[in-house]
Ligand binder design. Structure first.
Ligand SMILES: Cc1cc2nc3c(=O)[nH]c(=O)nc-3n(C[C@H](O)[C@H](O)[C@H](O)COP(=O)(O)OP(=O)(O)OC[C@H]3O[C@@H](n4cnc5c(N)ncnc54)[C@H](O)[C@@H]3O)c2cc1C
Length: 376
């Protein structure tokens, strides 16, 4: 079956993916143009019925399992297609809604998300709550029509473009840290929501601070029950590590091939030894990602392999981009032809932080190996 799927997907890609979008590093290195490309790509995938491979058909996905699901990810990665703008919501929020949302929420929220009619951001991190989300302080108080939310979120990717935010807030301050949290969907286009961009070192406003001052979450936008937040967020973050970041690992082969083209034979020779090492690491990352995605495709939990994949992919991707920078030499940041690469190289610094920092992944891997806890 997977070869039929591969052929159909290749045909769709040949007809719908403009060649200049398959290497976004050379097309649109500024964030706003890239966001437009990623939104339109999301719209095209939805129109063609290819938007959500993992989600079941009942909620508008392709419901792919087994070899088909892995084939989908491999073909997408090989094509060099950009990630869609709502990739975070499709990879994380949609599975949460499919598993725990109401029928009304599934019908209202998921199709508009897949179609890119409504753009999403994720409001989990706060100034004093990142790795340990149980420390978060944003409060949601029961009010007429829903909940009034007050607090601050930070590092919120795509907040400048987003229409909605799925966030964690504390609904029961008297309950213990993990118990009093709830997961809710907030309309970003209302009074009481202020978005302040945080310029990153790559020079883009990709992530932001979000200030909430009695902003309203309507009753129908609470996911699950009050107090379910920790359980649902843990499920959500497992989806992120397992499926979304696994797909990013599969993209590195294509990126390496593009890097050889950018470098050319002479410059590649300057960094031959390190390129060889990166090549081997990319293969190892892909093997881990393929195994993770295969387990998901079989309906099994990848367990600690999800942490191994995340850690190995993020470190290898940084090495890959570093070696490209070394190969290009001093003009890497100045030469227009490598501008998109320079942005990717700077942005990759965040990959060992988001989706769970390397230290947290290592702690989890150590725990699964039965190693003693470190003293803090
Ligand atoms: C590019 C990018 C995009 C992001 N997008 C979003 C987004 O859209 N929405 C969102 O909610 N968040 C987002 N984040 C935030 C991200 O989830 C957090 O940065 C991450 O969870 C780490 O939290 P923190 O920054 O508060 O660091 P902290 O948790 O304060 O950690 C600081 C340092 O201490 C280490 N540390 C912490 N706890 C332990 C421990 N128990 N053992 C050992 N070491 C430890 C960490 O590894 C790290 O090195 C994004 C981050 C980046 C970089």
């Amino acid at each position: 079956v997977s070869s039929t799927l591969r052929l159909a997907l290749r045909q769709f890609l040949a007809e719908n993916l403009p060649s200049e979008w398959s290497d976004t590093r050379s097309v649109a290195s500024d964030y706003d143009s890239l966001a437009l490309v990623r939104r339109e790509w999301g719209q095209r995938l939805f129109a063609g019925g290819w938007a959500a491979p993992v989600l079941s058909r009942a909620v508008g996905g392709l419901g792919l399992v087994g070899d088909d699901l892995v084939a989908y990810f491999e073909e997408m990665a090989a094509s060099g297609a950009p990630e869609v703008l709502n990739s975070n919501a499709i990879g994380i929020l949609a599975p949460v809604l499919a598993a725990y949302g109401s029928a009304e929420q599934r019908g209202r929220v998921i199709p508009a998300m897949l179609a890119h009619d409504v753009l999403w951001c994720q409001g989990f991190s706060e100034p004093d709550a990142g790795s340990d989300l149980a420390d978060l302080r944003t409060r949601a108080v029961s009010a007429v029509g829903g909940w009034r939310v007050r607090g601050q979120k930070v590092w919120t990717s795509n907040a400048l473009h987003a229409d909605y935010c799925y966030l964690l807030a504390r609904t029961d301050p008297a309950a213990s840290a993990h118990v009093g949290l709830s997961l809710m969907m907030l309309d970003m286009r209302q009074p009481g929501v202020e978005v302040r961009p945080l310029r990153n070192m790559a020079g883009t406003d990709e992530f932001c601070e979000v200030f909430l001052d009695d902003a309203l979450v309507r009753s129908e936008d609470l996911i699950g029950e009050p107090g379910d937040g920790w359980r649902l967020a843990s499920f959500a973050l497992e989806q992120e590590r397992a499926s979304m970041l696994g797909q990013r690992a599969l993209r590195m082969s294509r990126e390496l091939a593009d890097a050889y083209v950018l470098l050319g034979a002479e410059r590649a020779a300057r960094v031959e030894r390190e390129l060889g090492r990166v090549h081997a690491a990319v293969r190892a990352s892909e093997a881990a990602a393929r195994r993770t995605l295969t387990l998901i495709a079989l309906g099994r939990s990848p367990g600690v392999l999800a942490q191994v994949t995340k850690l190995h992919w993020s470190l290898t991707h940084q090495r890959l981009l570093d070696v490209v920078a070394d190969g290009v030499g001093p003009e890497f940041f100045a030469d227009g032809r490598s501008r998109g690469w320079a942005h990717a190289m700077l942005f990759s610094r965040g990959e060992t932080i988001y989706g769970g920092t390397s230290e947290i992944q290592r702690n989890l891997i150590a725990r699964s190996l039965g190693l003693p806890r470190s003293r803090r």
